[in-house]
Design a protein around this ligand. Structure first.
Ligand code: CTP
Length: 374
């Protein structure tokens, strides 16, 4: 048996990027032999195994034939006769189809290194269209690599457009779509993911309710401008997500944000921040007096949940930057009010119910006075 490092690890090594996972391909072996060597099979229907010591994934070289619709509709053929070149030919992008042997020699029948040098995301073969997930993957890789000058090849973009038109993306599970979208939000140019999906008319897959073909181009541009500010301010996917959703829904309501989050199966942490931003951010425009500032800080639960409040402030800063009517100055005021009010020391508490109420009122009053001194 021969073992090769493949896929993202080779690509990222060549790009001098940190390596996330290492995937290996095994040529000339069988499931029985793998198990005899101590590997554990991950899935009975799939020839992929965990290494006994490293836990890394080792897959038998395989070919795939489309047998049904969707991301998983393939008949897999793995056998000792499948060559490395055949395995590499079934892959999505040329830059993901480079292998490295144990001596460090690169095997690159699809010319992935040339595309790495040309900064080009190019599909390996027409079989690219058989897996709808690849549309999202390419958009995600573009989000990662656009700042390094990478572009999607025109022929690949054309295939992505065809795949979207054919409706194959509709077969992807909501969870898988979220997984790709969340990972894209982590990338340096998250905006590129949404721009590309829009270009190939695939945004309706990610946001069935909004940001689809009916979305006016101006709305999309506005939302992506806000996201661009957010990605410059923070690498946190939850902040970027909340800004994008709030920017889409600003002229609408929180119900829309809820709907999109439900459709996306976004986890609670993401929903919570997105709903907070869309509910509270519009109130910032009316901030004038110290008591209003304190009331808003209380609404945000800023004193108890200061980390979430900081996330809110970043999101609000990004939104304010794209909206001249909602002055960024007010966001700064809110932050300063928070800093002042959090330094106020609690007065001594009383023992009776009445004195408890008086204590809270006194405490609020002291906080208001601190904010007034701004
Ligand atoms: N692959 C593919 N088509 C897919 C998924 C994966 O061709 N739909 C191939 C690619 O060769 C890819 C490899 O399987 O490089 C490993 O896939 P995965 O681990 O999902 O992604 P990586 O390319 O390693 O990228 P990432 O850094 O995002 O993990």
């Amino acid at each position: 048996m021969q073992i090769f490092l493949v896929g993202g690890a080779v690509r990222d090594q060549l790009l001098k990027l940190p390596i996330r996972d290492r995937d290996w391909v095994v040529v000339g072996s069988t499931p029985e032999e793998m198990e005899r060597q101590g590997f554990t099979r991950i899935d009975a229907n799939f020839p992929v195994f965990f290494h006994p010591k490293t836990g890394e994934e080792y897959a038998l070289a395989r070919t795939e034939n489309k047998s049904a619709s969707g991301h998983k509709g393939f008949t897999i053929h793995a056998g000792p006769e499948i060559t490395l070149a055949e395995d590499l030919r079934r892959r999505d992008l040329t830059i993901n189809a480079i292998a490295k042997d144990i001596d460090g020699k690169l095997i690159d029948p699809m010319d992935g290194q040339r595309d790495l040098a040309d900064r080009c995301l190019r599909h390996v073969s027409p079989a690219f269209i058989e897996d709808p997930l690849r549309v999202l993957r390419v958009a995600r890789f573009a989000a990662r690599l656009a700042p390094r000058g990478f572009r999607v090849a025109a022929e690949t973009l054309a295939l992505m457009q065809t795949m979207s038109k054919d409706g194959e993306l509709g077969t992807l599970s909501r969870e898988r779509i979220w997984q790709e979208t969340r990972r894209a939000l982590d990338e340096p140019s998250a905006t590129t993911y949404f721009q590309l999906l829009h270009q190939c008319d695939a945004l309706k897959t990610v946001f069935p309710e909004r940001l689809n073909t009916q979305t006016p181009a101006d709305d999309l541009e506005g939302a992506l401008a806000a996201l661009k500010h957010a990605q410059a301010l923070s690498t946190k996917a939850s902040i970027r997500f909340s800004v994008l959703l709030a920017a889409i829904a600003l002229k609408n309501e929180v119900t829309e944000v809820k709907l999109i989050c439900n459709q996306l199966r976004a986890p609670a942490r993401y929903r919570e921040l997105a709903e907070l931003v869309i509910t509270v951010y519009p109130l910032i425009t009316n901030l004038r007096h110290a008591d209003q500032l304190l009331a808003l800080l209380e609404k945000l639960d800023a004193f108890r949940r200061s980390s979430r409040f900081r996330d809110f402030l970043i999101a609000a800063t990004a939104l304010a930057a794209t909206q001249p009517t909602r002055e960024p100055r007010r966001v700064i005021m809110l932050e300063q009010a928070f800093l002042k009010a959090s330094r106020v020391r609690r007065p001594a508490t009383g023992k009776t119910h009445d004195s408890g109420i008086r204590f809270s009122e006194r405490f609020r009053q002291l906080r208001i006075e601190a904010i007034e001194a701004l």
